[in-house]
Design a binder for this molecule. Structure first.
Ligand SMILES: O=P(O)(O)OC[C@H]1O[C@H](OP(=O)(O)OP(=O)(O)O)[C@H](O)[C@@H]1O
Ligand SMILES: Nc1ncnc2[nH]cnc12
Length: 170
């Protein structure tokens, strides 16, 4: 199955010069979603993954399906002020703008093996900030995976070496 066929490019969204990769055609197709999840978890069989962490908001979509497929819990990383219990925060730069993300302090225990998921890797700022949150809580990053990677932005340089996996490259 060619997953690239399920990604739509919208030019100049959300602002001029950004070539936006839209995953909604993928989400419309349950077979393609199942295929994407099976490709992401391929090679992880038998490896100790304790939790999947997904980044708001598009990282929640396949993130929860990946957690279900691995039969482990899912932890949301959210934008500021959305998580109700005690949180830790990390600020970062985006391809367009800047933002802060948060995680519940009690969501990850020391030594837990974590699979981090987001829909797209651009500059890497978001995923790198998420890795810092996970590591601050004592989690160990086992893999950082994405549906899409924008190779020309070299975001993987900010992420743990040899732990990045992306299904589609632009
Ligand atoms: O690699 P980076 O340059 O940090 O950019 C990638 C991030 O940008 C997008 O999220 P966005 O902030 O647009 O939020 P959304 O998922 O709620 O649409 C995308 O889903 C990633 O989380
Ligand atoms: N080009 C892009 N398309 C979709 N989401 C993004 N997040 C950051 N850059 C993006």
């Amino acid at each position: 199955m060619e997953l690239k066929n399920y990604i739509r490019t919208i030019e100049d969204f959300p602002k001029e010069g950004i070539s936006y990769k839209d995953i909604t055609p993928l989400l419309l197709d349950p077979t393609a979603c199942s295929f994407a999840v099976s490709e992401i978890i391929k090679g992880l069989e038998g490896q100790p993954i304790d939790k999947v962490v997904g980044i708001e908001s598009r990282g929640f979509l396949l993130g929860m399906l990946i957690a279900k497929a691995l039969d482990v819990g899912f932890v949301p990383i959210r934008k500021p002020g959305k998580l109700p219990a005690k949180t830790i925060s990390q600020s970062y730069d985006l391809e367009y703008g800047s933002d802060t993300i948060e995680i519940h302090q009690d969501a990850i225990q020391k030594g837990e093996q974590i699979l981090l998921h987001d829909d797209l890797l651009a500059t890497g700022g978001t995923a790198a900030a998420a890795c810092r949150l996970i590591e601050t809580l004592g989690g160990e990053i086992k893999q950082v995976n994405f549906i899409i990677e924008l190779d020309f932005l070299k975001g993987r340089q900010l992420l743990p070496k040899d732990k990045v996996k992306s299904l589609i490259h632009f």
